[in-house]
Write a protein that binds this ligand. Structure first.
Ligand SMILES: CC(C)(COP(=O)(O)OP(=O)(O)OC[C@H]1O[C@@H](n2cnc3c(N)ncnc32)[C@H](O)[C@@H]1OP(=O)(O)O)[C@@H](O)C(=O)NCCC(=O)NCCS
Length: 164
């Protein structure tokens, strides 16, 4: 099911049939370099399952991003997270290595901000590893500002946020 369209991209619900592409994306050590470890195929399936639950329970989740022509780009969307004990909606994004630096994450995440606004979500955050400069650039380009540093499970993270 298509959720959002932009000039170059389509965001649609993730399905079990996306497992090969999602496992390649989340199993890429470069894409996952700011995470604890790349994800196995089983973990990629659990990622898909988690997002299917997100769609059913909240009406949003991380969606597959593909070009209008149908080429897989990555994922992007909205998920509930707990930050400093508070429930927050996070905008998240992962772009396959060969598609990075084309403005795709910014374009997809901008559409997600509009989606959130239309759904009455008042505040968005992005929780980012301080060394992840590209992700912080995307956060800034979609209108989020550095708000605070938090420590989650012993790892320092920066929180970008905005009232939308
Ligand atoms: C973060 C990520 C999604 C960005 O995707 P993208 O489609 O390449 O993003 P965009 O092209 O819209 O913008 C990237 C910006 O980061 C900048 N950038 C990219 N790599 C960079 C680096 N190593 N150092 C500094 N800036 C960098 C680009 O120049 C661009 O900024 P600009 O428009 O001001 O020039 C992508 O790098 C990715 O998938 N990373 C791994 C997964 C990840 O970390 N996700 C976020 C978790 S919080």
């Amino acid at each position: 099911m298509t959720i959002l369209e932009t000039e170059r991209l389509r965001l649609r619900e993730m399905a079990d049939s996306d497992l090969d592409q999602m496992a390649a994306l989340l199993g890429d050590p470069e894409v996952m370099r700011y995470y604890l470890a790349p994800k196995s195929r089983d973990e990629a399936q659990r990622w898909i399952d988690w997002n299917k639950r997100n769609y059913a329970e909240h009406g949003f989740g991380l969606w597959v991003v593909e070009s209008i022509e149908g080429d897989f780009v990555g994922d992007c969307g909205l998920t509930w997270q707990t930050v400093d004990g508070a429930r927050e909606v996070e905008v998240g994004y992962h772009v396959r290595r060969s598609a990075q630096d084309n403005g795709y994450a910014t374009e997809a995440a901008t559409a997600c901000v509009q989606f959130a606004r239309q759904r009455g979500i008042e505040r968005l955050v992005a929780i980012i590893n301080p060394a992840n400069v590209a992700s912080q650039r995307v956060a800034v380009k979609i209108g989020l500002k550095l708000e605070k540093r938090v420590t989650t499970n012993g790892f320092e993270q920066v929180v970008y946020a905005a009232i939308i």
